[in-house]
Design a protein around this ligand. Structure first.
Ligand SMILES: [Zn+2]
Length: 132
C-alpha cells in the first residue's frame, strides 16, 4: 500500500541518490520503504543526508509542489517565482533549465526552495491559497 501522510505530517528528511546525486525530502515514515530516485529513477538505497529546517511547519511536499505547477491558475503565479528564485527558465510542463540550458530536475527545484526559509514560506502561501 502506498504511504499516505497524515495532514499534520511534514516531510523533513533529506535523502540523496548515490547514482545521480539528486537530493529530495521525504517523510520520516518513508524511511526504509523502497523509494525510487525522483531524478533518475534509480532504486538504489538512498543516502540519508540530514534534516531540513523542520519545525517551520511551512513545508510544501513534492507532490503538492508538482500540483501547483500542473494547475494553470497556480502555475502562472508559481512558475515566475521559481524562475526568479533559482535563476532557471521554465521550458513547459514540469521542465526547468538553468542559465546554461541544462535541465534542472524538478526534485532539485523543490529541494532548493524547501532549503530556503523565505522561498519556502512564499511557496507555502501559494499552496495555502489553493488549499483553502
Ligand atoms: Zn538518482
Amino acid at each position: 500500500m502506498p504511504f499516505q501522510p497524515l495532514p499534520q505530517d511534514q516531510p523533513h528528511i533529506i535523502l540523496g541518490c548515490p547514482d545521480c546525486h539528486t537530493s529530495w525530502v521525504v517523510y520520516e515514515q518513508q524511511i526504509g520503504l523502497p523509494v525510487p530516485c525522483p531524478g533518475c529513477g534509480s532504486a538504489a538505497r538512498p543516502t540519508r543526508l540530514g534534516y531540513t529546517d523542520a519545525g517551520s511547519g511551512r513545508q510544501v511536499s513534492f507532490g503538492s509542489f508538482r500540483r501547483l505547477l500542473e494547475q494553470p491558475d497556480t502555475a502562472q503565479r508559481v512558475i515566475p517565482m521559481v524562475e526568479h528564485w533559482l535563476n532557471v527558465r521554465h521550458e513547459g510542463g514540469l521542465q526547468f533549465v538553468d542559465g546554461a540550458g541544462q535541465p534542472v530536475p524538478l526534485a532539485e527545484v523543490h529541494f532548493r526552495i524547501q532549503g530556503h526559509a523565505q522561498w519556502q514560506g512564499e511557496l507555502y502561501n501559494q499552496y495555502m491559497n489553493v488549499a483553502r
